[in-house]
Write a protein that binds this ligand. Structure first.
Ligand code: NAD
Length: 278
């Protein structure tokens, strides 16, 4: 199984499909990540706020997989944007992960009410320059947030990790990202199971046409759009299912039919709006 890579604007490569560990309980994380690595995942997406970086680190250490074959992302939490806190936060994350460097470090939310995300971005640049992460990016940043940090620093994030799935496609952000060579990481790629993506005719019809499951069709739709995904499951059969999306191709008409599932009014969003998170 070869997972394709995407080239970031800083020249580094990221596996387009990985494993996300949001809501994987800390006590289960080493087992879940070990299983994901066994199944063939090499890209793990965690965050300080998930409380499970130690479990990710334990699974990496136990795996024996060469570090260069793994891609590890973690994120700066919202209460650590100020002063030199981002430097302290990345060092704590690295300690928990048992690594000298991550591949990608993200500002988790812009928290615009606190209005300190530009400062956080300036600190991310220092953190990258200090070699503690290879690439830097943001998460949950909308166009005004992206414009502000890029105009002030001239440094374009490698990625923006946003909620994105067929019912909520955030085309304003994806258009901006395409124009500025920022890769989109789609979180909640399956709608977190809260939105009935799988029952939609566009998904169900493509699934039966290709002999695939609806989840595989939705993940394939992301892949064909060039989005980076890391669906979460703690069940081995689903880990295998979610990785098995590289042996078929949706037709242009099938992709277009799934594109049509965007509600267009934001009502497909299943989680918090970035302006409301502090
Ligand atoms: P997801 O869309 O991946 O949904 C996960 C849920 O979908 C699982 O709990 C499971 O119930 C179901 N599922 C998984 N595989 C399935 C399959 N094959 N068939 C049927 N159902 C299946 O949502 P997520 O976990 O929120 O997002 C993925 C990752 O994105 C997270 O683990 C995390 O790493 C990241 N994330 C980031 C942010 C952020 O603010 N940056 C927020 C949420 C999630």
């Amino acid at each position: 199984m070869t997972i394709p890579s995407v080239k970031l604007n800083d020249g580094h490569q990221i596996p387009q499909l990985g494993y996300g560990v949001f809501k994987v309980p800390p006590a289960d994380t080493e087992r879940a990540v070990s299983e994901a690595l066994e199944v063939g995942y090499r890209h793990i997406d965690t965050a300080a706020i998930y409380g499970n970086e130690e479990g990710v680190g334990a699974a990496i250490a136990a795996s024996g997989i060469p570090r260069d074959d793994l891609y590890i992302t973690t994120k700066l939490w919202n209460d650590r944007h100020d002063g030199e806190e981002p430097h302290a936060a990345i060092r704590e994350s690295l300690e928990k992960l048992g690594l000298p460097q991550v591949d990608l470090y993200l500002v988790h939310w812009p928290t615009p009410a606190a209005d300190n995300y530009l400062h956080a971005w300036e600190k991310m640049i220092e953190i990258r320059d200090a070699g503690l992460t290879r690439s830097i990016g943001v998460s949950n940043h909308l166009v005004p947030h992206l414009e502000k940090i890029v105009q002030a620093t001239g440094v374009v994030p490698a990625v923006d990790q946003i909620e994105l799935h067929p019912a909520y496609q955030q085309r304003d952000v994806t258009d901006w990202a395409a124009a500025h060579d920022v890769k989109i990481e789609a979180w909640g790629p399956l709608g977190q199971g809260k939105y009935d993506l799988f029952g939609a005719a566009a998904v169900a019809d493509a699934a039966s046409a290709h002999g695939k499951t609806p989840a595989q069709v939705v993940l394939r739709w992301h892949i064909q759009h060039g989005f980076i995904v890391f669906p979460k499951s703690v069940r081995r059969e689903r880990l295998e299912e979610n990785l098995d999306v590289f042996d078929f191709e949706l037709t242009a008409a099938e992709v277009a039919a799934i594109d049509e599932m965007d509600t267009g009014d934001g009502s497909g969003r299943v989680s918090a709006h970035p302006d409301e998170v502090d």
